[in-house]
Write a protein that binds this ligand. Structure first.
Ligand code: ADP
Length: 229
């Protein structure tokens, strides 16, 4: 298995880019979408072309939104105590339909007593949404995804998400977390970059181990508090 620790340099560049362009793109995009929708109601013909335009506009919109999430300033004073188990369970519920449709079972094992972390709850939720979606996408034929929480050194918890999917080629492992690497027809290649940025802001780490045609294990390490909620 090959391991690659995502490095932080990729992020700051991407973050700066994001801050600069995301807002500027959003307004013209909204008017393009509005007028395309209007054209659809005015014309009887060419609905197929207009549908393609609307789909592609949505795709651009998705990219812009992900970039804006990336550019969002991190404000530690708004952090609150959240239970990672609750966050992960809510993500599992959120992706339940998608998992069922893809014949994927998601299993959760809690091996750590300490699971409370000081964080921005929605951002940590976003991390697990992205990682779990990737795990489901990696198994077109279905299978199990195992999520496991274990105590880790220095008051941290290690959350592993293990799939038995297609795996990631060795030469791509080190590029993970850089923008726009995607193997999916409708992917943005931004999911992991966002995960990386969020986890880092929470003083955690994220790493990947993967073997082709055997599967991928993503490990997120986050600080935990002694408290219970
Ligand atoms: P996206 O999902 O939009 O492609 P991501 O940044 O989340 O963007 O992922 C980038 C790429 O990394 C994916 O397209 C895929 O090729 C690869 N990848 C990520 N997670 C996994 C995984 N669990 N198994 C296999 N490949 C993965």
């Amino acid at each position: 298995a090959e391991e690659a620790l995502i490095n932080s340099e990729k992020l700051s560049v991407a973050g700066q880019m994001a801050a600069g362009i995301a807002h500027e793109i959003r307004n013209p995009l909204a008017s393009l979408k509005g007028f395309s929708q209007l054209l659809k109601t005015k014309f009887d013909k060419h609905h197929d072309y207009l549908d393609i335009m609307l789909t592609e506009l949505d795709r651009i919109n998705g990219i812009v939104q992900e970039f804006m999430a990336l550019a969002k300033p991190q404000a530690h004073e708004f952090y609150e105590d959240h239970d990672l188990v609750q966050i992960i369970r809510s993500v599992m519920r959120l992706l339940e339909t998608q998992a069922i449709m893809n014949n994927v079972q998601i299993k959760l094992n809690i091996g750590s007593d300490l699971t409370i972390t000081r964080c921005e709850g929605n951002q940590i939720k976003q991390v697990f949404i992205n990682l779990l979606k990737n795990a489901i996408d990696a198994m077109p034929g279905g299978g199990d995804v195992e999520i496991d929480l274990q105590p880790h050194r220095n008051q941290t918890v290690a959350i592993t998400i293990k799939d038995h999917g297609v795996g990631i080629p060795k030469e791509q492992l080190e590029k993970l977390g850089g923008p726009f690497y995607t193997t999916k027809s409708s992917g943005t290649g931004l999911g992991l970059m966002i995960c990386n940025r969020i986890v880092e802001a929470h003083h955690g780490t994220i790493s990947f181990a993967s073997e082709l045609e055997s599967g991928t294990t993503v490990t997120v390490v986050l600080p935990v508090t002694e408290k219970s909620i």
